[in-house]
Design a binder for this molecule. Structure first.
Ligand SMILES: [Cu+2]
Length: 182
């Protein structure tokens, strides 16, 4: 009945490998934003990001097409909302909001989106003196769209599961190959 032992060993290995392929639990995500992604609006006074769960340690950078930053001060995180005040009245143009937060499960999540300002009375800095604006602070994000990082504990969990799978395969093969009754 050696074939039966090999079959059982294969099943053990398949179950162990299947366990490692189980999907990771979902991260929190950006649920909505004001101004909304792709919206054309009058100059907003602040950016409000609403997430699917409580978030911490928010970073928000709002830049125009020329790279001038318009966020003012630090963003505030209250439960699942992040509010980022803006610096004065935004001139007409397209703006990019880059955000990064730590979600409830400890994973950092980040993303960017654009909105457009119309009907503003403010002058664009490009049409006044150049170089007057302060340089933008370091961007909190290098992503170009909504994304997430799996790292830290999650990475070690995968390594642990892989080790369990390898041990199960080795154990199953050794068991199948053991000398014994025919
Ligand atoms: Cu997560």
């Amino acid at each position: 009945m050696r074939w039966l032992r090999v079959l059982i060993a294969a099943v053990i290995a398949a179950v162990a490998l299947g366990a490692t392929a189980a999907p990771a639990s979902a991260h929190d995500a950006l649920k909505s934003a004001s101004p909304a992604s792709g919206a054309t609006v009058a100059p907003p006074s602040e950016i409000v990001l609403t997430f699917t769960n409580s978030v911490r340690l928010p970073q928000v950078v709002v830049t125009d097409a020329g790279g001038t930053a318009y966020q003012s001060g630090a963003p505030q995180a209250t439960d699942n909302k992040v509010t980022q005040p803006l610096n004065g009245t935004l001139p007409n143009g397209t703006y990019t909001v880059a955000w990064r937060v730590v979600s409830a499960d400890g994973h950092p999540i980040k993303g960017t989106y654009k909105f457009t300002v119309e009907g503003s009375t403010a002058q664009s800095p490009a049409s006044t003196t150049s170089g007057a604006a302060s340089p933008p602070p370091p961007s909190p994000t290098v992503g170009t769209s909504g994304g997430s990082d799996d790292g830290g504990a999650s990475g070690w969990l995968w390594i642990g599961l892989a080790a369990v799978a390898v041990a199960a395969v080795a154990g199953g093969v050794a068991w199948a190959r053991r000398p014994g009754q025919n």
